[in-house]
Design a protein around this ligand. Structure first.
Ligand code: GUN
Length: 290
């Protein structure tokens, strides 16, 4: 069993980005700039946002964190997004999810300019990605692709099973891996909460690659996988003890895997790295750079 180390891969990608930023700065351009909006107090979001800001520092990007109280009205949030859409000094905008229940998440995502939508959640980007056109790709899914690529894991022709159909992970990764991309051309089965247990097991037991994003600690157990599987664990769950774990019963399952991502230090790191790639792309688009 070998570890797909998200930290090593992300650090390498961010170092490459930092080199590019230095080149652009040497030619007199301003730095790339990521703006993050955080609404309310949600401890996991606090730590994800912190990781994004630290990564901006490592890549020599500008970053701005805009905080709003939980009680902010949807129209005030939309007005602020509109201002940032029109601000030429911000290249990429993230609204950290989840949002409070009184705010319509899809309305907020739709309000972000597709040119600044580095999360790749806007329907224009999601549609373009689905059609195989140039787009900001959803960051966690894109990060998983970059991790597989970094470790030279073959994808073309493989049978890949995705567990979980969320808009931010399961749905986009299932599309990306089945598309005719450089990192793609797999045969993908998308399973979800309504998939009968027997069908789920039939699929996972013959999968070459499993990607699990359900938010349930210990969901993937050794009896569900074949020997030699590549296992990508997207879950980030905090146990009552304070320990951070994924969706895989790591100690038991790891022995059967050829490759596995750890939690922490796996996919989470790659989400941030992919956001940095997307921000650099937004910046390059702004300045008509290659
Ligand atoms: N919340 C959990 N994951 C994400 C993500 O990738 N982007 C945003 N904006 N919010 C999230």
């Amino acid at each position: 069993m070998k570890i797909l180390d998200g930290k090593v891969c992300a650090d390498s990608l961010v170092a490459d980005i930092a080199k590019k930023v230095t080149e652009y700065a040497d030619s007199g351009l301003r730095k790339p700039h990521m703006t993050v909006i955080l609404v309310g107090e949600h401890p996991p979001s606090e730590s994800y946002v912190k990781a994004k800001i630290v990564s901006c520092e490592n890549a020599d990007f500008e970053s701005s964190l805009i905080r709003f109280p939980e009680v902010i009205k949807e129209r005030e949030l939309l007005a602020r997004i509109e201002e940032i859409n029109n601000d030429p000094t911000t290249d990429g905008l993230i609204v950290q999810l989840p949002l409070p229940r009184h705010i319509n998440q899809q309305s907020v995502i739709n309000a972000i300019s597709p040119e600044k939508d580095i999360d790749g959640f806007h329907p224009a980007n999601f549609g373009r990605m689905t059609l195989g056109q140039k787009a900001f790709r959803p960051a966690t899914a894109y990060g998983i692709c970059k991790l597989l690529q970094f470790y030279n894991i073959p994808i073309k022709g493989k049978h890949c099973v995705v567990i979980g159909r969320s808009n931010i992970v399961g749905k986009p990764i299932s599309i990306m891996l089945s598309n005719d991309f450089d990192i793609g051309n797999a045969t993908v089965t998308l399973t979800h909460i309504e998939t009968p247990r027997k069908l789920l097991l039939d699929e996972t037991r013959r999968a070459d690659i499993i990607i699990v994003a359900v938010g349930i600690p210990g969901f993937v157990t050794p009896d569900m996988v074949k020997k030699g599987v590549v296992l990508i664990d997207v879950g980030i769950n905090r146990l009552e003890s304070g320990k951070l774990v994924g969706d895989v019963a790591f100690d038991e399952v790891a022995q059967k895997c050829s490759w596995i991502t750890p939690v922490p230090g796996g996919v989470g790191r790659m989400t941030v790295a992919a956001l940095m790639i997307n921000t650099l792309m937004a910046y390059q688009n702004n300045f008509n750079l290659a």
